[in-house]
Ligand binder design. Structure first.
Ligand code: RUQ
Ligand code: CUA
Length: 656
């Protein structure tokens, strides 16, 4: 790439200023620092493009999955500073998530799998809530690929409020995706099993007994919760339905999902069968699914059947009612991304150097015209050429596509370890469907993100590459290395198109951040402190039974002991709690603080209890005092100069 080309206007001005400073004697320090550190002119430009002075905030916030760490990360862009993690499927002690507090226990327990406690997840694709196809900054949804669960996180306090277990599936992959007004949250199953997975069927009966599915979780905006009773799933052929995207604007009401394994390979190399990796890649074409969700939601009211307590629309009903159509898609497809106006769907083929662009208008025309072609389950198959708008050759291993505000698409190329920028046709860009520029990334890129890049009005300037390998980029932390976010300047400003360039590497060493979304920071409006003292983050309301200032006490009723405690710099009240071994303890603790960031911890050693009480927050813990001894509890958050003094004695007396 041409490294001497001018950067965006801002960078150019800054660079010129620096250069001017360095030439004018007094500013030569910049030069000498750069020289000393071995920095090139481009390094300096990248530095001034990403440097965020102390106390300044980033214009964008990136919400990242934490992969099989089971959490979310919140990261500033362009500084690429990690702001916090959010405990979701996995307990996390700093946040007191899953260490004794009743609110987090209730959320985590709701994610148990048929009664089995599962305390980790593989968070995959975060989806920010949308209003009219724009991120609205209210919620984020994230799926757990490992156990087919969906979590709901409230962006007022960045805490997980709900986990629902999919009653049909044991894995998912195609989630989370939201419809333009967040009425529905999508979760596609991928690996087919019997429906539900807990009803056994031998794998020799794969074609007759195993099925795919896509679940449409109904989201109640008022309650800020998923309503399982109003949700439904669509039974699908046992192809592996993969990633989806919701239609928008002209395609609103429709959903598009790619699939693979239309071969219906069942693996079994130990029996001499081709391994999955070969078996599922034999066909040249798989099927892009087009689903009329609006109509399906109506039909589900009357034709859904009960499967494991969940509404499922039988495949026969979907065919009969015209809810489901297939289109051939080449080759090991991955990603189905709807363009900002909702007019095209971009599908990448992992083993095809092209992206294939389908036209929503042409799909509708083909449905209108009708087709005699069907797959072996009777699903109508629309003609490839009749629905295809264009194909663009980008490079090897295209995966995911995002968009900008100047009619470009950006696609990750896994095998090439590169990001391709290409122009959209239609009325997006004069050049039409054409590859413009590629930039190498380090290494093995998976997902890609641009600011608000999958909404109806994407921003521009940045691309973030999520690289699976980092190899030589950072100090090697043993055989397990961090992954690498790379911040890229998209090279586009005010109609000018330059080369893209990698500006910054951000190692991320506490999870596999599978996918991200980037929202304008000013759309978020988080609480500074909880609105009222005694606030329960589980219900997002005051808990009437929360401990109050001046009403701290210990009540005993038989062997039930109930404690109302408060915390304020730098003491708990009470400081002595005396119980008998075997007592049932219910302990309410309220943080009375009203200043921002005055968080207190509550750590009760030996009982596996650790709370993080943010200002105003009230929590309840319940446990049996089954271990005798003297337990020194303390505030685990360094809250004041006398923080070490913020402690108490929990005294458990054994029977005489
Ligand atoms: S898929 S790296 Cu698991 Cu999100 Cu394409
Ligand atoms: Cu409160 Cu440390």
């Amino acid at each position: 790439m041409n490294r001497s080309k001018p950067m965006t206007a801002v960078v150019l001005v800054l660079t010129l200023t620096l250069v001017a400073m360095s030439c004018s004697g007094g500013g030569s320090e910049v030069d000498s620092i750069a020289k000393e550190r071995g920095l090139s002119q481009e390094d300096i430009e990248n530095a001034v493009s990403t440097y965020t002075p102390s106390g300044e905030h980033d214009p964008y916030i990136m919400i990242s999955s934490g992969g099989h760490g089971g959490q979310l990360f919140v990261i500033g862009v362009p500084s690429m500073r990690l702001l916090r993690s959010v405990g979701v499927f996995t307990p996390e002690p700093w946040q007191g998530w899953g260490y004794g507090g009743e609110a987090s226990a209730a959320v985590l327990d709701a994610g148990n799998v048929e009664g089995k406690e599962v305390r980790w997840g593989d968070t995959h694709h975060p989806a920010l809530s949308e209003t009219k196809g724009e991120y609205d900054g209210q919620m984020v949804f994230i799926n757990d690929k490992a156990n087919a669960r969906m979590a709901v996180v409230d962006l007022r306090d960045f805490e997980t409020k709900q986990i629902v277990k999919n009653p049909l599936a044991i894995n998912d992959h195609g989630g989370a995706f939201v419809t333009p007004d967040t009425e529905w949250v999508l979760e596609g199953g991928t690996y087919a099993t019997p429906l539900p997975w807990s009803s056994y069927a031998p794998i020799s009966e794969y074609q007759s007994q195993y099925r795919g599915m896509i679940t449409f979780w109904k989201f109640d905006r008022e309650a800020r919760r998923i309503i399982p009773e109003q949700s439904f799933a669509m039974e699908l052929p046992p192809y592996w339905q993969d990633l989806c995207d919701a239609g928008k604007l002209e395609s609103e009401g429709w959903v598009f999902c790619n699939s693979f394994n239309t071969e219906m390979a069942t693996g079994g190399i130990e029996q001499g069968n081709p391994p999955f990796e070969a078996g599922v890649s034999e066909n040249d074409m798989d099927y892009l699914h087009a689903i009329n969700l609006k109509k399906a939601a109506e039909v589900a009211q009357t034709q859904a059947q009960d499967v494991n307590g969940f509404k499922v629309l039988p495949l026969s009903a979907s065919i009969q009612e015209g809810l489901l159509y297939f289109m051939p898609e080449p080759k090991s497809p991955h990603g189905a991304d709807v363009t900002p106006k909702g007019d095209f769907i971009v599908v990448a083929g992992k083993l095809d150097p092209h992206v294939t662009i389908y036209s929503f208008e042409k799909i509708q025309a083909a449905i209108e015209k009708g087709t005699d072609e069907k797959d072996q389950f009777g699903v109508p198959v629309l003609d490839f050429d009749a629905t295809k708008e264009a194909q663009v050759e980008l490079g090897l291993g295209p995966l995911h596509t995002q968009f900008d505000n100047e009619g470009h698409a950006y696609t990750s190329l896994f095998l090439d370890s590169a990001v391709a920028r290409w122009s959209l046709g239609g009325d997006y860009h004069d050049e039409g469907w054409e590859l413009e520029n590629s930039v190498p990334v380090q290494y093995n890129i998976g997902h890609i993100s641009t600011p608000e890049g999958d909404t109806v009005s994407p921003d521009g300037q940045y691309v973030v590459a999520l690289n699976k390998w980092s190899i030589d980029r950072f100090f090697p932390t043993g055989p397990l290395l961090p992954q690498n976010f790379q911040l890229i300047d998209n090279g586009v400003s005010e109609g000018q198109e330059e080369d893209m360039r990698v500006m910054y590497d951000m190692p991320i060493g506490n999870g596999e951040p599978h996918s991200v979304q980037i929202i304008k920071a000013d759309k978020l409006d988080p609480f500074e402190i909880y609105p009222e003292v005694g606030w329960d983050p589980g219900t997002m309301a005051v808990n009437p039974n929360a401990a109050k200032a001046g009403e701290e006490r210990i009540e005993r009723n038989g062997n039930n002991v109930e404690i109302w405690s408060t915390a304020i710099r730098s003491h708990f009240n009470p400081e002595h709690v005396q119980v008998q071994q075997g007592d049932n303890v219910t302990w309410h603790i309220t943080n009375l603080e009203q200043s921002q960031d005055a968080t207190h911890g509550f750590s009760l050693p030996g009982y596996n209890i650790q709370l993080s009480l943010e200002p105003g927050e009230a929590e309840t813990i319940r446990f049996v005092a089954d271990k005798p001894g003297i337990f020194t509890w303390y505030c685990s958050e360094f809250c004041s100069a006398l923080h070490l003094e913020m402690m108490g004695y929990f005294m458990v007396q054994p029977p005489a």
